[in-house]
Design a protein. Structure first.
Length: 67
């Protein structure tokens, strides 16, 4: 029966695993930064839209109060 965990005698067999892990972590970090940047842009757009809507509502309320 094989052992559950395999620890190679030759430690150079770990190199491909570490490279793969490093690449995956780097890609995850890049995707995280891209999503965060996109989210920040969306937040700015929503704030501008909110200000526009509030301005229109204030103008509408102001016009109705004149009547």
């Amino acid at each position: 029966m094989m052992e559950f965990l395999y620890f190679p005698e030759d430690k150079t067999e770990y190199i491909p695993a570490f490279l793969t892990l490093a690449i995956c972590i780097l890609l995850a970090y890049i995707v995280f930064r891209l999503v965060r940047k996109y989210s920040r842009k969306q937040e700015e757009k929503m704030k501008a839209f909110e200000q526009q809507v509030l301005k229109q509502l204030d103008e509408k309320d102001h016009d109705e109060s004149r009547r």
